[in-house]
Design a protein around this ligand. Structure first.
Ligand code: UGA
Length: 443
């Protein structure tokens, strides 16, 4: 099947490559000429395990190609995916400018019936806007061509994107057209073996499903972070409580890890956007507002613990910081807790020596060269001469460090563990002071 993907961001590139892998003929369009030029040379703009090899393989097989030409894009695909960004605008609502620009291009350049598929996370009602925008362009050209607009939200996770896309646990298709549903079933047939993962519904329910999923997950995290803060004050250990409640299958073990706050390009943006949507329709989304407020506060938790130990004035103190990305297996630092920690330490007069297995170039891009923030090449170099260690991201290489070496390299052996990676009793026995999230034993 011939497919065009507009927007080679995270979602568009991964989806395009995986559709090519199963045999579809995929053309990816983006307005960023430099990005397309790099992709043509096999250079991937993001870090995602396995993606570079897959893109190289599929471009070599000529099943995947790239262009900046929207006319070629509209002509190529029977199915046209819109996977461009929907950044928050000033008030937190999703900005649809890019989505509607693609819709205009489609309406301007189409000559035969198409199925337009919204992959971007977009507010409920966007499919109608896309349909209207295309129809207006067609009308201005005196054309009357059938166009179906389908909502097909993406649920992939950064760092596991290829796997999520190759083996989706569900494929949501929002459409009121039987023809469009049939085409989507054929398109996704290679991903729909063993048991039926396709769930068909109306367009608006599909659009809301995406927000509801991310907001539910963000709610689980903020709930656990709130429990952690309660546990800390009660002298309980949230890690025990987590295991205790996770064993109830109605709760489950997943996504109940307390930490230094959720980040990334999705949860913060989507929770805010649904709050905004709710305001516009007169619904007071109290749970969602609290989820966001708890998370903002949770990102301050590590700096609070640092100040609890060292006092409010951190002048002259140096902190090793392990983990800059918002989670492991990505170099993405959007809304990362590490950024809040870095800014708070510097604002209190301290300096930071940071290390991350993948996000060093991204940190360099964000912060440039600064006296108060050194970006160092290994986790040991970050420790050297520092007063304490702050762990922001649970990269595997941070899970079992040599604690004797940590003790030797730190001036004042203390660890602020934003992901509860370590055993407080073990560190105490080694003579390293320990602060975790919600681990009342150490308070
Ligand atoms: C998230 C969703 O998990 C995907 O299903 C969705 O498709 C995607 O957003 C999207 O909308 O595009 P992602 O942002 O890649 O994926 O990251 P997650 O793995 O969900 O982690 C988000 C944040 O939650 C991270 O900062 C992570 O550290 C934090 N987290 C996660 C916790 O603090 N505790 C947990 O138990 C789980």
């Amino acid at each position: 099947m011939k497919v065009t993907v507009f927007g080679v961001g995270y979602v568009g590139l991964v989806q395009g490559a995986v559709l090519a892998e199963v045999g579809h003929d995929v053309l990816c369009i983006d307005i960023d000429a430099a990005k397309i030029e790099r992709l043509d040379k096999g250079q991937i703009p993001i870090y995602e395990p396995g993606l570079e090899a897959l893109v190289k393989e599929q471009t070599a097989h000529k099943r995947l190609s790239f262009s900046t030409d929207p006319i070629a894009g509209v002509a190529h695909g029977e199915v046209l995916f819109i996977a461009v960004g929907t950044p928050p605008d000033e008030d937190g609502s999703a900005d649809l400018a890019h989505v509607l620009a693609v819709a205009r291009d489609i309406g301007l350049h189409m000559f035969d019936p198409k199925i337009v598929v919204n992959k971007s996370t977009v507010p409920v009602g966007t499919a109608d806007k896309v349909r209207d925008t295309i129809a207006a362009e067609l009308a201005s050209r005196d054309l009357n061509i059938c166009v179906d607009v389908v909502s097909n939200p993406e649920f992939l996770k950064e760092g596991a994107a290829l796997d999520d896309c190759r083996r989706p646990d569900r494929i949501i298709v929002g459409s009121d057209s039987q023809d469009a549903q049939d085409v989507m079933r054929e398109l996704y047939a290679p991903f729909n073996r063993n048991h039926d993962r396709m769930i068909f519904m109306d367009v608006r329910s599909a659009e809301l499903t995406k927000y509801a999923a991310n907001c539910m997950l963000a709610t689980k995290i903020s709930f656990m972070n709130e429990m952690a803060n309660i546990a800390e004050h009660l002298g309980a250990d949230i890690e025990m409580v987590r295991k205790g409640i996770g064993s109830d299958p109605r709760i489950g073990y997943q996504f109940i890890y307390p930490g230094c706050g959720y980040g990334g390009s999705c949860f913060p943006k989507d929770v805010k956007a649904l709050v905004k949507t709710s305001e516009k329709i007169g619904v007071d989304a109290r749970v969602l507002k609290s989820v966001e407020a708890v998370n903002l506060k949770q990102k301050q938790r590590l700096p609070e613990l640092v100040k609890q130990h060292f006092g409010d004035d951190l002048s002259g103190l140096v902190f090793a910081l392990w983990g800059l990305s918002f989670k492991p297996q990505t170099d993405d630092m959007r809304e990362a807790p590490s950024r809040v920690v870095i800014e708070a330490i510097i604002a209190a007069g301290g300096t930071v020596q940071a290390f991350d297995p993948e996000a060093m170039a991204e940190a360099q891009r964000i912060y440039g060269v600064r006296d108060e923030l050194k970006l160092l090449g290994t986790k040991e170099a970050a420790l050297s001469g520092a007063d304490g260690l702050i762990v922001c991201t649970e990269w595997s290489s941070f899970r079992a460090p040599d604690f004797n070496e940590i003790k030797r390299l730190l001036k004042q052996p203390v660890i602020f563990d934003g992901r509860n990676l370590y055993d407080p009793a073990r560190l105490e026995a080694k003579g390293i002071a320990y602060y975790g999230i919600g681990r009342g034993r150490s308070v």
